[in-house]
Design a protein around this ligand. Structure first.
Ligand code: C2G
Length: 132
């Protein structure tokens, strides 16, 4: 069984997130998603709209996803790859090259980001619509 691993915040879950998870699953048989905790997002300088419990439950409900684990720190990736017997690590290409250190442990793929959608853009769009 080929196991795939990816990480993310997945706030205000949108089509770009869905396409990433769909393509990640297509690279193997079992997809684990490490969802950033609220505390870790503070480290990332991200303020989430949805709390971790909601973001994790939404991701877990996606048919491409087999397991959800918490992402609490940058440094957990090697340990996660080993602990879960990961064959493929995948991230959107806004992270291109940033996780190449994992190539020692598994295959590493960066998938093209879905254009014209992001959590930040969605927030701005909603604010603009309210202000019209
Ligand atoms: N993504 C995408 N297309 C978009 C938006 C996001 O393919 N339009 C991808 C990102 O590249 C990432 C995943 O969806 O692979 C989750 O995106 P975020 O929730 O923004 O994740 P991020 O904050 O980048 O967290 O340790 C890694 C970090 O936890 C990644």
């Amino acid at each position: 069984m080929k196991k795939v691993l990816t990480y993310g915040t997945f706030d205000l879950f949108h089509y770009g997130h869905l396409r990433l998870l769909e393509r990640a699953k297509a690279l193997g048989d079992y997809l684990i998603v490490a969802v950033s905790t609220d505390e870790f997002n503070a480290v990332k300088g991200k303020k989430c709209t949805y709390p971790y419990e909601h973001r994790a439950k939404i991701v877990a409900a996606i048919k491409y996803v087999d397991e959800v684990i918490p992402e609490t720190r940058w440094e957990q990736k090697i340990e996660d790859v080993k602990k879960h017997g990961i064959d493929v690590f995948v991230m959107g290409d806004d992270w291109e090259g940033k996780f190449d250190f994992l190539k020692e442990y598994c295959e590493v793929f960066y998938l093209e980001r879905t254009k014209n959608i992001s959590t930040t853009a969605l927030k701005d769009q909603i604010i603009n619509d309210i202000q019209k």
